[in-house]
Structure formats: structure tokens, C-alpha cells
Design a binder for this molecule. Structure first.
Ligand code: SF4
Ligand code: SF4
Length: 341
């Protein structure tokens, strides 16, 4: 365990940045956002970034490859450029667990080598939630905001930042910036952890349970009459999927530049009417079906295929961002509270 006084945080960031490109959450007009650290950038006090850190490994849009045509010859150009390690500081417990959800999708055969490459180069420095928000419910999915996942786990107290390396990658980075830190005892953060746990227990959604959901519940919920009322006002705007740290749907398109072709991948949303449209037509014709798909996937289908792991991490972003005030909490309360299984 190491620590650094908060007034010397910039020295720590400078030491990390000297070794790896470093990203930290900073305040912007659009809310907190991860940006590359450089002298003068200040760490945001916001609990969450507006968009989650999933962009680092699964960017909102990316060029996958290019094809150059000359006569009958086609040259395939690999556009991958990541070759250096980078560190993301300030990842919250929910977002840190979301990487596990994404790993189960992108690192299973067939492995997504774009995602894999970034994961191998990324170092996660998580930050325990000393001030969880009223919209948080990570505990519903067995995530402990006082003990986040991460290569290095940090705790912020009134006066210092404590750093605890949890993986080989984390130990390597912490050793490399040792001069910017000082030794600390694990017991120095006991009170901070205790305080986080007490705050988590007092949150309005602290009692929300996931027990009614999970593997084997498709028949229980698929035809539930509640979907009609729940989905009625949904605008199909996709905001909930774009702010979600675990949503992983994407589309791939080719663009002809006149001299060749650029292949792009960009996020897609199961809430959109054209999502997974095929030559045979659209598999989900109504917003009710699309809405149901999103929540059934998070609460039933994904855990069924991933040893019970839910693909919601209770970050609360959809709770605060949906323009009509609909969200997974309301879905869980409505369905889980009305079905005896
Ligand atoms: S469904 Fe909502 S609360 Fe759950 S992880 Fe996604 S944005 Fe966060
Ligand atoms: S649930 Fe809300 S945020 Fe999601 S698509 Fe519908 S209106 Fe948009």
C-alpha cells in the first residue's frame, strides 16, 4: 500500500504520465469526461463520467481496416496503432466490473482482437466511491464500491490518496512511480472503507434485489403483460445504451472513398428500429419488443450464458439520463415485484 497527499496528486499524475499515457476524469460543459492528463488538468470530483470508460477498449466508432484497390488488386491495410500501455485513473467500481461483462463477450472465441489489444495495453486504476449517488445500485449485482476491481485500487480520504496494487500490471506501475508516493499501512483506509459501506447501505436503492432475475427466467418474463406499460413511452432514442458501460452492440459499415474502402465499426442500439435488420426483414417490429430485448438481455439472457453474471452493474446512468425517466430499476421493480416464481 502506498499513499500520496492530495496536494501532491499532480506529482503522482506526472510520474504516471511519464511512463504511460494517463487519462483522468475532468469537468467539462457536458459533465465529467476522461481526458488525457497534462499539466494543469484537474481531477473531477464528480462520481461518474457522463459516458463510461468502455470507449477505451470498445470505442464509439473506429476504423477497423482499409482496402485499397488498384486495377484488380486489393490491398488490405491494418489500421491498428495501439502499441503502448495506457492508464485510466478514477474508474468507479461499477465501471470496473463492466469490463468483465465486456471481456465475456469480446474475449471469447472468436476473440475480438481490436478489443483484446487495447485490454492488454490498458491499466485500470480504480477509485472507491467515497460519495455514491442516490441513483447507484451496484450492490444489487454484488459489486462492492468499497472494494472495486482494478489493477490498482485507490481510496481518497480528506488528505490523501491511497493506492493498493492488485495485479502484476498494477504492481509494475506502482513500483515505477514509487518516488512520487510514500509507504502506507492497509489499516489507514479502514475508516474510509467503513464510511463507504455505511453510505452504500443508506442509499435509496440499497434494498433492490436481483434474485427474481437470472438464468432460466425467459418463460417467466418474456410474455409478461407489464412490458406494454413499461415500454409505452420509450422514444427509442438509445441514450440508455450509449451511456451504459456494458452495452456492447455494434454495426460495421464499408464506405467507398473512390480510391478504396474504409471499414468502420460504431456502437448500435437494440432500441433502434433498424437494429439487426436483415434482408428478410426486421426481427423486432415494435418498440415493446426492442425495449424487452434490452432488459431481458441484461437480466436473463446474459446471466444465462455467463455463469449468472448480470450485464447491468448498477451505475445509474440510465436512471439519470433517460429523457422519459424510464430505466432498469423501474423494470426490475415492476417485473420482479409482480411475478411469483
Ligand atoms: S443498465 Fe443502466 S444502471 Fe445498468 S449498467 Fe447500464 S446504464 Fe448502468
Ligand atoms: S428507455 Fe429511455 S433512454 Fe432508453 S431508448 Fe427509451 S426513451 Fe431512450
Amino acid at each position: 500500500m502506498r499513499k500520496v497527499l492530495l496536494e501532491s496528486l499532480d506529482s503522482l499524475f506526472a510520474a504516471i504520465a511519464a511512463k504511460n499515457t494517463l487519462y483522468i476524469p475532468v469537468d467539462t460543459n457536458g459533465g465529467a469526461k476522461f481526458e488525457k492528463w497534462q499539466e494543469g488538468k484537474k481531477l473531477s470530483n464528480a462520481l461518474h463520467t457522463t459516458k463510461s470508460p468502455k470507449d477505451f477498449f470498445f470505442p464509439q466508432s473506429e476504423c477497423l481496416m482499409k482496402f485499397k484497390t488498384e486495377g484488380k488488386n486489393i490491398e488490405i491495410i491494418d489500421t491498428r496503432s495501439e502499441s503502448e500501455d495506457f492508464a485510466i485513473f478514477g474508474v468507479r467500481a461499477c465501471d470496473a466490473r463492466a469490463f468483465k461483462v465486456l471481456d465475456n463477450v469480446f474475449l471469447k472465441e472468436p476473440v475480438d482482437t481490436y478489443y483484446q489489444n487495447r485490454r492488454e495495453h490498458g491499466i485500470i486504476i480504480s477509485l472507491a466511491c467515497d460519495r455514491p449517488a442516490e441513483t447507484c445500485f451496484c450492490g444489487t449485482f454484488d459489486i462492492d464500491a468499497a472494494n472495486p476491481d482494478g489493477d490498482i485500487v485507490c481510496y481518497k480520504t480528506e488528505s490523501a490518496l491511497y493506492l493498493d496494487a492488485k495485479t502484476e500490471k498494477g504492481q509494475g506501475l506502482l513500483a515505477a512511480v514509487e518516488a512520487a508516493t510514500e509507504p502506507a499501512e492497509a489499516s489507514e483506509i479502514d475508516a474510509a472503507k467503513q464510511q463507504i459501506t455505511e453510505r452504500l447501505n443508506r442509499l435509496p436503492l440499497a434494498d433492490l434485489k436481483s434474485d427474481a432475475f437470472g438464468a432460466g427466467k425467459t418463460d417467466t418474463y418474456f410474455n409478461a403483460p407489464e412490458w406494454k406499460e413499461l415500454s409505452e413511452a420509450c422514444l427509442g432514442c438509445g441514450t440508455c445504451t450509449f451511456v451504459c458501460p456494458t452495452c456492447q452492440c455494434y454495426d460495421i459499415k464499408d464506405f467507398n472513398t473512390g480510391h478504396g474502402v474504409i471499414r468502420h465499426r460504431c456502437w448500435d442500439s437494440c432500441m433502434y428500429s433498424e437494429f439487426t435488420k436483415m434482408s428478410a426483414g426486421q426481427p423486432r417490429l415494435t418498440q415493446l419488443e426492442r425495449f424487452r430485448q434490452r432488459f431481458m438481455h441484461k437480466l436473463v439472457y446474459y446471466p444465462e450464458n455467463n455463469d449468472g453474471l448480470f450485464s447491468c452493474v448498477g451505475c445509474g446512468r440510465c436512471v439519470s439520463k433517460c429523457p422519459i425517466g424510464m430505466n432498469i430499476v423501474k423494470v426490475m421493480k415492476k417485473l420482479g415485484g409482480s411475478v411469483n416464481d
